[in-house]
Structure formats: C-alpha cells, structure tokens
Design a binder for this molecule. Structure first.
Ligand SMILES: C[S@@+](CC[C@H](N)C(=O)[O-])C[C@H]1O[C@@H](n2cnc3c(N)ncnc32)[C@H](O)[C@@H]1O
Length: 187
C-alpha cells in the first residue's frame, strides 16, 4: 500500500514561500504520492505537475485510513503505528513564532475519526515534517534522526535572518529548499 502525503493549504493565499515549499515536498515524496487540497481555482495551474491538485478541502474528502500530523497531539508517530494508515495529512501552514497552534485549531478537529500524531514537540516547516514522516513510514524512529533547532541564513556579508524552526539534518546539513534560500536572500 503506497503512502499518500496530503497538504491541506490553509494560508489565505498561495504565497511564493508556500509554492517553493510545496515544490520541495514534491521532490521529497514524488508527485505521484502527493495531493494538494483546498486550492483555489485561480491557483490550480501553479501546482500542476508537482502533485494532484484538489480544489476541495481534505475535511470534505472523508478519507478512511488517514492520520493528521499535529505538533499538539500527545501521541508520537512510530514506524509500527504508521503502517495502519495510507493517507498522511499535513497543514499547509507557514511557520510562526511563537507557534499559534493553527493545526490544532484549523485542521485536526475537522477530520472526524482521524487520529493525530506528533513527530516531536518542536515546530518544523511542512517540508521537514513530510520528510520526517516519510522516514518514520520507512522504518526509522524519531530518535534515529538528527535535528538542528534554528537556522541562520546569510542574506549578504552583514545581514542574516533566523528561521526559528526545527530542521532535519541530512548528511549533516539542515534540510531546506535551495530555492527558498535564494528567495530569502532576494527579499
Ligand atoms: C509550520 S507547521 C505549522 C505550525 C503552526 N505553528 C501550528 O502549530 O500549526 C506546518 C505543518 O507541519 C506539520 N508539523 C510541523 N511540525 C510538526 C510536529 N512537531 N509534529 C507534527 N506535525 C508537525 C503539521 O502538519 C503542521 O500543520
């Protein structure tokens, strides 16, 4: 049974930052395993080719064998538990600091019968959360993965910006889309 990763877009607009992150998620899991839900018709084409684009909200799809990833859930997702599910639902929500608990407020309560899990208590970007969930599905425990809390991006020789989120270390380097780094440098 192949796993489907579902990003329920919950920002008021499909901001450039969201598109960059969603493209990165498509690279991580492959477009055939990725659905974007709650997408406005005017934005449909912007995500074409990166996954299945669905105008309806995942809340209305009434999927069985699904779980939602929510930092506020008391239950940790483990490889064994992940085998019970085919659909893994994430909030298409940009990071905020301090966390506003938007997943808990805007997503989890509307997914009737869907179990919620955390992948640690720290807030990750959606692409990092998808990467970590994929690793867990493939048999790794959260404790097997390495993380870095907070990432500093150099904008130029004197300025930098801090991203106050948890990043997975892949081959010793924090997982972030190179396109996002360029985007931040140009801001
Ligand atoms: C940037 S986070 C949203 C953070 C926002 N402050 C909140 O609490 O909803 C985007 C998505 O990644 C997933 N996510 C991030 N960190 C997570 C964690 N530690 N446990 C479970 N899911 C997480 C969730 O699906 C979340 O909706």
């Amino acid at each position: 049974m192949k796993s489907i990763f579902i990003i329920e877009h919950l920002e008021p607009e499909l901001w450039p930052w969201c598109i960059i992150e969603y493209k990165h998620i498509s690279k991580i899991v492959g477009p055939n395993n990725l659905w974007f839900t709650n997408i406005k018709k005017k934005d449909q084409r912007k995500l074409e080719g990166y996954g299945k684009v669905i105008l309806e909200s995942v809340k209305d799809l009434k999927l069985e064998d699904s779980c939602v990833l929510d930092p506020e859930s008391p239950n940790l997702l483990t490889p064994r538990k992940s085998k019970e599910f085919q659909h893994f639902i994430f909030g298409g929500i940009l990071g905020d600091y301090p966390p506003k608990k938007r997943t808990q407020e805007e997503l989890t309560p509307f997914l009737e019968g869907t179990q919620a899990f955390n992948i640690g208590k720290e807030q990750m970007s959606t692409d990092n959360a998808v990467y970590v969930t994929k690793q867990i599905i493939e048999g790794k425990n959260l404790a097997d993965l390495k993380f870095q809390d907070e990432l500093e991006i150099d904008i130029n020789d004197i300025e930098s910006t801090i991203l106050p989120y948890r990043y997975t270390l892949v081959d010793g380097k924090p997982l972030i889309s190179p396109e996002l780094v360029n985007f931040l440098k140009k801001q």
